[in-house]
Write a protein that binds this ligand. Structure first.
Ligand SMILES: C[S@@+](CC[C@H](N)C(=O)[O-])C[C@H]1O[C@@H](n2cnc3c(N)ncnc32)[C@H](O)[C@@H]1O
Length: 287
């Protein structure tokens, strides 16, 4: 959820319009925590007063944090400083009727993925066996378990905090009985799995090629895979077309063939660069 104009209005009130123009417009709300992103050219100090004012304006916000870096590293977390309210970074976040406990400073969280979490859940056929290679605190796996009626969901993440929360969240949403959650490197674990999966989620564009390579070991004919990737394009429509072509060609390198049945633009990440995902049916597997 985001509150676009509010942050600018507050910044104008407490700092004046020259400063306010330099501040990102977007506030991210995760549960009862508000997150402001710090532009690289402004000092942390000026945000304390904005944090206090934000707390007064949004009664449901109990704690305000300043993200002082973009997401970085393999765990895709950011560095934060506390601005106002309770000094607490753990919260309960709600999405599509599910509840997720998480610490915003320890796991990757982006409400922008919310649409895709449900988009995937709606595609799941009864009794499917699903693998989620980069599960984070569990939203794809848990929303799929709740709405898609799979028979088994295996989730993997390299971040121990994400795995701890995913396990707790599976319990909180009463789907622990069909979820197995493993801490480790999916690129090493996946090729050694002894079973084939009906559906494989790869929600991490940075590892697009390596994730497909690993997943090709455990697909069968008619398995559906959902790779995420970054793609350069002039607009969203072109981004989807180019993503489909890229993924199809990449899968064919492994002697397999694929049919693209859908896709979604998750977000624009830079001018003419998009984070996308495509839905792919494996038609023939390589030997
Ligand atoms: C973009 S986040 C996943 C988002 C999550 N699926 C969601 O919907 O919120 C990418 C995740 O991949 C994990 N990760 C990165 N490299 C990994 C690897 N080699 N094996 C398993 N998990 C990995 C990170 O710890 C992070 O939680």
């Amino acid at each position: 959820m985001s509150e676009e104009p509010l942050l600018r209005r507050i910044a104008e009130k407490v700092l004046g319009s020259d400063y306010a123009k330099l501040i990102w417009r977007r506030i991210e709300i995760v549960g009862d925590i508000a997150i402001i992103r710090k532009p690289f050219n402004l000092s942390e100090d000026i945000f304390k007063v904005i944090g206090e004012e934000l707390l007064k304006s949004l009664s449901y916000v109990k704690s305000v944090w300043l993200a002082i870096t973009p997401v970085y590293g393999i765990e895709r977390t950011r560095s934060y400083v506390h601005l106002a309210g309770e000094k607490r970074s753990e919260t309960v976040y709600k999405e599509h009727g599910c509840i997720f406990k998480l610490d915003v400073t320890k796991v990757y969280i982006s409400p922008v993925l919310g649409y895709d979490h449900m988009r995937i859940a709606k595609q799941i056929r009864k009794s499917e066996k699903i693998l989620n290679m980069f599960s984070g605190f569990g939203p794809y796996s848990i929303i799929a378990s709740k709405y898609g009626k799979p028979s088994y969901v295996l989730s993997i993440d390299i971040n121990e905090h994400a795995v701890k929360y995913a396990r707790e969240n599976a319990e909180l949403n009463k789907v622990a009985f069909l979820n197995e959650i493993i801490h480790g490197d999916a690129l090493l674990i996946v090729p050694s799995l002894q079973r084939k999966f009906d559906r494989i989620l790869m929600p991490f564009p940075d590892l697009f090629e390596k994730a497909i390579e690993a997943a090709m070991m455990i697909v069968k004919e008619e398995s559906i895979v959902h790779p995420h990737l970054f793609i350069e394009a002039r607009n969203k429509r072109e981004a989807l077309i180019k993503s489909a072509e890229t993924v199809k060609k990449f899968i064919e390198k492994y002697g397999a063939s694929a049919e693209i049945i859908g896709g979604h633009v998750i977000r624009g990440v830079a001018p003419h660069k998009y984070h996308t995902t495509v839905d792919v049916v494996i038609k023939k597997i390589g030997k």
